[in-house]
Design a binder for this molecule. Structure first.
Ligand code: DHB
Ligand code: MG
Length: 253
């Protein structure tokens, strides 16, 4: 089997547990490091309990186990703290796990979170409220593009303050539209992060564009952002409890 096929021709398993897949996709060391580091960096707290409860409610409500990892969430919150972010737009709410991380980042922060599924919004609203952040979070249930177009209109009409941080974590085919719309409603210096763009390394295989729309969505947004003179970009490959993936990191110039 040619080397590139060896590393790309596999099923994207729904089973997130360790074992199976190729060595570079799943490795027990990653989970071990996550467990060790989480205990060291994020000892029990009210926030940690609320985040754990949110994951439990997500599972009990039948939502998929695809929220950011705990360290992914704390990484995002830390970025908001470093930037002093006050207004976060999140595309893809799911059960509100990353929403809680964002809401916890800075005193008085406002998070607008968008999801196409009313069930997701309902579960997330419960989780955010249990975490004590209902005053910081605005929920919108609508298709991403439609919701963002309306937000752009409102920002342009002066009815809504522009955003300084955007986290894109929804349908992967929509990534590029979401970045372009975000650019219309963010301040200079805003941070735009796109989740899940490495996809266990499959992003490097152009042959998968047709077969796996999410790979196409990742490649399109990476290539377009690289050419976009409005942006300065990097990409962080990650491993951990959520296996091998990565985030595209952009700054609006
Ligand atoms: C998928 C989506 C996500 O947002 C994520 O964090 C992991 C996986 C997916 O659709 O496969
Ligand atoms: Mg994601």
């Amino acid at each position: 089997m040619p080397q590139d096929e060896k590393y790309t021709n596999y099923q994207y398993s729904a089973d997130q547990s360790v074992g199976g897949g190729l060595d570079h996709e799943k490795d027990p060391r990653w989970r071990a490091v996550d467990e060790y580091v989480l205990a060291a960096l994020h000892p029990p707290s009210k926030l940690q309990s609320a985040l754990d409860a949110a994951i439990k409610h997500q599972k009990d409500s039948g939502l998929p186990d695809i929220a950011v990892s705990a360290l992914g969430g704390s990484f995002l919150a830390l970025q908001c703290q470093l930037l002093g972010s006050r207004r976060v737009l999140e595309v893809g709410t799911l059960a509100g796990y990353s929403t809680i991380w964002f809401a916890s980042a800075n005193e008085g922060i406002h998070v607008t979170t968008v999801d196409i599924e009313k069930h997701h919004t309902d579960v997330a609203r419960h989780n955010v409220s249990q975490a004590g952040y209902e005053a910081n979070v605005e929920f919108i249930t609508a298709p991403g593009k439609q919701a963002l177009e309306k937000l752009v209109e409102e920002v342009k009409a002066g009815k809504r303050e522009p955003y300084d941080f955007v986290f894109i974590d929804a349908d992967k085919e929509g990534n590029l539209d979401y970045v372009n719309l975000s650019l219309e409603m963010t301040v200079k210096g805003a941070c735009i992060i796109v989740d899940n763009v490495v996809r266990r390394g499959k992003v490097a295989n152009a042959a998968l564009i047709e077969k796996e729309p999410a790979v196409g969505g990742a490649r399109r947004v990476i290539e377009a952002c690289g050419k976009d003179s409005r942006l300065q970009c990097s990409l962080l490959q990650t491993v951990g409890e959520k296996n091998y993936d990565g985030m595209l990191l952009c700054r609006k110039k």
